[in-house]
Design a protein around this ligand. Structure first.
Ligand code: MOS
Length: 749
């Protein structure tokens, strides 16, 4: 009986609910000092002076680190701006840290509001915070670019990355658009959003001579190791990064931000280990955000709804320090089988913190535009929105002209529509009411790429008969500990309870960043192969061991189950793995694996797909929107754990509700600073906002992506939800809202 697939409880659940799980800020170190960052209060200019005398004299203060006294890093000094006056150029990248988005107190230049300009180090957190709050920083302010409309006048192309071209095209768009019987051409906007994992960023830095240990809340221990090493000019082996638990990541912990290096610099300066934890307001600026987007969608279709022309132009905000392009057009290039298509990605540069990945970067904002536009087209054609999507169903990847490794989207539409009761929908806007409440039904398509990278793992049988399986991956709350234990249990033939999975440490075999929904598809095969190799090794030992009841059998005549090695044909002929190990000298036995994706990506296009249906209830007088129910059906490959996968999809859907109705970083654009930088004013759904969420994972096994058949579930849940809500709001009210979030004021206007 396979344990993979079963919805077993989290193996780390007890540790978490009892508070025994050690998060990054909770590691106890001798002589630990506390650091608090001071962030700039201007969006652009210079730090003229920081008076550290008063702060230094305050109780418990060990040091105040500014650009004047910060340890010089192993990089070219300074990033003096060549151009003076109003014109802004990007910083000279050659003079920047290896990671240009970092602000490491190597010069006095301020590029955005809330950029680190000083770090106060003290014996207690309270002392550090007190001194940080009193630190007087004098600035010379320069003119900042904080006007998106103005910034759009000098758009730039992002550096093309693999799978992220800035411009694409196929067919003759102009001609197809011209000939289309029905056309729409509309613009959608999405706001800046900030990550709000319950655990903020936190780092403890501990130097042991020239070796650095970092306890860091991260989705990528190896990435932190590499950046720290190159920044300090030491070898990666001299840096160890430890992160057994993460209290949510969602992309903001997928790369390294300034505070990680600053903590290590502070530890150097103070000559003690230093803990640096961001407070909630500090999460808004120096550690990334989802950039705001403006997306123009033009669709042309035949009377029967066949798409002939699709055009999607995205502008997203970026920063002067470094670029990040929100890849909104990625989904559009693959979603529908249109004859012609044209997409573009452009950047508008602002004096803000560098944006970054946020759950389903690209697909979340992009699906709002594309799937809203499809709904607008459906209304224009007087066609059912599900039918319109089926009429344009892409049986292969229209971008690469490759077959899908698996695609169950037709089934997702059918199952979700059925469970929702879509056939009872009267498509006429404002036609469905419940008393005075306006009722709206809307739907959208969900999708996210099925990514995979290479990963390593080790499996070890211990003398007590338990197994330790290791891979330097991460558990962001997603269920990695649990799922990897399940995979190892099946492959090794051992109960889950006897397996301990270790992750989150650069001392372990290397695994990729836990982002892009790729952990199961990447680390899963490594764990599977390592556990399988260990099992085979044990069987080999038994066959060769004259004292084993299995001696003399062939390897294929022996099975492993429940911690026993068993003769297939005569189950009474068996022995415990533990007994075998004891006779062999009682030493642990290990096996390694390095699992790499092969050529399959060249032969197949790999995506997860889904369909999401939403009901909204709107008060016609005050414009409040309630979502009593959502139905989503998803094809995500073979599901490793029903319960944790369900939670991932549900979490994504809930976030999609926030994106649709609430989330927005409210900037005071005079200063480029977020004014709702706290969980009271930055609105996300709470329990009372959530109605029934019905999630179906359709039976699907992807035979191409990996031997487990698993795609990924981390990000697809958020995609499509905001569009489905917007489409339901239109159905309820007759108002097409193309600007997220859909707040009551927009419904009433
Ligand atoms: Mo995710 S936004 O790829 O961590």
């Amino acid at each position: 009986m396979s344990v993979v697939g079963q919805g077993i409880d989290r193996v780390d659940g007890r540790l978490k609910v009892t508070g025994a799980a050690t998060y990054s800020a909770e590691h106890k170190l001798q002589g630990l000092a506390h650091a608090v960052m001071v962030l700039s209060t201007i969006p652009k200019g210079r730090v003229e002076a920081i008076d550290i005398t008063a702060a230094n004299a305050m109780p418990g203060v060990l040091a105040v680190m500014t650009h004047a006294n910060a340890p010089r890093l192993a990089l070219p000094q300074g990033s003096e701006k060549k151009k003076e006056g109003g014109e802004q150029s990007k910083p000279d990248q050659k003079k920047q840290p290896p990671n240009p988005k970092l602000s490491l107190l190597q010069d006095d230049v301020v590029w955005y509001n809330a950029q680190p300009v000083a770090v106060v180090i003290a014996d207690t957190f309270e002392h550090a915070r007190d001194a940080a709050q009193r630190l007087q920083v004098r600035y010379r302010r320069e003119r900042a670019q904080l006007d998106f409309a103005q910034a759009k006048k000098s758009l730039r192309r992002p550096e093309p990355q693999p799978e992220r071209p800035s411009d694409t095209g196929r067919g003759n768009l102009a001609r197809s658009m011209e000939r289309a019987a029905s056309r729409i051409d509309v613009t959608y906007t999405t706001p800046m959003e900030n990550h709000n994992p319950i655990e903020p960023h936190a780092t403890i830095a501990h130097w042991q001579g020239d070796n650095l240990i970092l306890y860091d809340s991260t989705q990528n221990v190896t990435g932190v190791q590499r950046t720290a090493a190159s920044t300090f000019g030491i070898a990666p082996q001299q840096v160890r990064v430890i992160c057994p638990f993460v209290g949510g990541g969602f992309g903001c912990k997928g790369s390294v931000w300034s505070h990680v290096v600053l903590a290590a610099m502070a530890a150097k300066l103070a000559g003690r280990p230093v803990k640096l934890v961001l407070d909630r307001p500090q999460m808004y600026g120096p550690v990334g955000a989802r950039p705001l987007t403006e997306q123009r969608l033009a669709l042309g279709a035949s009377r029967a709804g066949k798409l002939a022309a699709v055009r999607h132009d995205t502008i997203s905000s970026t920063a002067f320090l470094d670029d990040f392009a929100e890849p909104c057009t990625a989904m559009t290039r693959k979603m529908y089988a249109s004859d012609s298509l044209q997409t573009s990605q452009r950047l508008a540069t602002l004096n803000v913190g560098v944006p970054t990945y946020m759950r389903a970067p690209g697909e979340s904002s992009g699906s709002f535009a594309l799937e809203s536009a499809m709904d607008e087209l459906a209304y224009k054609l007087n066609m059912d929105p599900v039918q319109l999507r089926l009429a344009n169903y892409a049986d292969k990847d229209p971008e690469k002209d490759l077959p899908w490794s698996s695609k169950s989207l037709r089934e997702c539409y059918r199952i979700a529509a059925e469970r929702f009761g879509w056939d009872k929908r009267n498509p006429q806007p404002r036609s469905m009411k419940s008393g005075r409440t306006l009722v709206g039904w809307g739907m959208a398509t969900a999708t996210y790429p099925a990514n995979r990278k290479d990963a390593r793992a080790t499996a070890t049988l211990l003398p007590d008969g338990s197994a330790v399986v290791r891979s330097g991956s991460h558990d962001l709350g997603t269920g990695t500990y649990t799922v990897m234990s399940q995979i190892a249990a099946d492959a090794l033939g051992m109960p889950v309870a006897n397996i301990r999975f270790q992750l989150g440490d650069t001392a372990l075999p290397e695994a990729p960043v836990s982002g892009g929904s790729q952990t199961v598809a990447s680390v899963g095969p490594a764990v599977h192969q390592a556990a399988r190799a260990l099992r085979d090794k044990l069987i080999g030992m038994a066959l060769a061991d004259g004292a084993s009841p299995l001696h003399g059998l062939r390897a294929d005549e022996v099975d492993a189950a429940d911690g026993w090695l068993v003769a297939r044909s005569a189950p009474a002929r068996r022995e415990r793995m533990q007994a075998l190990l004891a006779r062999a000298g009682g030493q642990p036995v290990s096996a390694d694996a390095h699992a790499e994706p092969g050529e399959e990506k060249k032969r197949y296009a790999m995506h997860a797909f889904g369909a999401v249906f939403v009901e909204v209830h709107i008060d016609p007088d005050v414009g409040t929107i309630r979502i009593p129910r959502i139905v989503g059906a998803y094809g995500v490959g073979r599901v490793m754990n029903r319960k944790t996968a369900h939670s991932q999809l549900m979490g994504g859907i809930v976030w999609g509700m926030g994106m649709g109705l609430m989330e927005k970083t409210e900037m005071d654009w005079r200063f480029g600073r977020a004014v709702n930088a706290n969980l009271a004013d930055y609105h996300v759904p709470v329990n009372a906002d959530i109605g029934a969420i019905d999630i179906v994972m359709v039976d699907e096994e992807d035979k191409q992506i990996n031997e487990l058949g698993a795609k990924g579930v981390g990000e697809i849940g958020i995609t499509g939800v905001a569009a489905a809500i917007a489409n339901a709001v239109y159905h309820a009210t007759g108002k097409r809202i193309r600007d997220l979030p859909i707040t009551p004021d927009k419904v009433l206007v």
